[in-house]
Design a protein around this ligand. Structure first.
Ligand code: SF4
Length: 291
């Protein structure tokens, strides 16, 4: 009988998608801020199992247009393993328009340009990438396992093969000490890749700040709500993009922002400025919000 291996995570934009767990957990599973898959051992799943699940889901969700391959970074699978899964999805879901998954830049770099083009031709059109930061120091303290350069190269390689990306930056990731370099270098990285979609999420502490501090490999001073807004302001002010859809509307965000960059940059900056003017200093995200 079909059953998901909990917990299951998917991007907000995949709420209406059929979810197929091509892998379980995250192959990296070492980022200091991330507890998403700490209860799971990374595993790939057999093609036979996936085939049964795809058939079942296509039968119960016949009008599905989008399929999301979970878990953490299903794109770690080689092109040789992904291709039959994509073919099976295309064969069974009559109305399929897009297949997507989470990916790490190293998962993209491990594939050849021709493999990426083939995957795109078989429906893999979008990769979700948690960049988190464009600052090498913050990335290292987080144990992200990626750098400014690896992230840029991976994402540009996907774009070159026709695969779009939706990327995420984590506001507050380096705390007060690293706020400026995190904001400025994240914007610098985003400017070099010009993704289709960009989201700002806020660092949150599911197991408390002390737990996070024990994993962060440097001095961590959490940002206040005003500090979060100032970091978003710095990040936004340094962005220079063409047609990127920007969102900060995750449950973790203190301020909801939506627009297209650069077109709406001034409007978004004004919204941050207004929020800052109405936010007292010294309030932390867990405290009652004034926005
Ligand atoms: S790579 Fe992504 S899913 Fe894996 S530990 Fe890091 S943030 Fe979490």
């Amino acid at each position: 009988m079909f059953k998901y291996h909990e917990p299951v995570f998917r991007p907000p934009a995949e709420a209406a998608s059929a979810i197929i767990q091509a892998t379980l957990g995250c192959s990296w599973n070492k980022c200091a801020f991330c507890e998403m898959y700490s209860s799971k051992q990374f595993k790939t799943r057999s093609f036979e199992e996936l085939k049964q699940e795809i058939k079942f889901l296509a039968k119960v969700l016949p009008s599905t247009k989008k399929v999301f391959l979970a878990d953490g970074n299903a794109f770690v699978l080689s092109a040789a393993k992904l291709m039959p899964v994509l073919s099976e999805i295309n064969k069974n879901f009559g109305r399929i328009q897009r297949i997507s998954s989470y990916a790490l830049p190293k998962d993209i770099l491990a594939k050849s340009y021709d493999e990426l083009v083939d995957l795109r031709a078989n429906g893999l059109k979008l990769l979700y990438i948690g960049i988190e930061s464009g600052d090498d120091e913050v990335l290292k303290l987080q144990n992200k396992g990626e750098t400014f350069t690896s992230t840029r190269e991976g994402i540009l390689k996907a774009h070159e093969a026709g695969i779009d990306t939706s990327v995420m930056i984590l506001t507050g990731l380096g705390g007060e000490k690293y706020t400026e370099q995190h904001a400025v270098n994240s914007a610098k990285l985003i400017n070099t890749i010009n993704p289709k979609l960009l989201s700002s999420l806020n660092l949150s502490f599911p197991y408390g700040v002390e737990h996070y501090k024990s994993k962060f490999q440097g001095e961590f001073i959490p940002l206040t709500i005003a500090g979060v807004l100032r970091e978003m302001q710095m990040f936004m002010a340094n962005l220079d993009l063409e047609g990127t859809i920007y969102r900060s509307d995750h449950v973790s965000n203190q301020l909801v922002l939506k627009g297209v960059l650069n077109r709406d940059k001034e409007v978004l900056l004004n919204q941050i400025e207004d929020a800052l003017a109405n936010t007292p200093e010294g309030l932390y995200p867990d405290a009652p919000m004034m926005l």
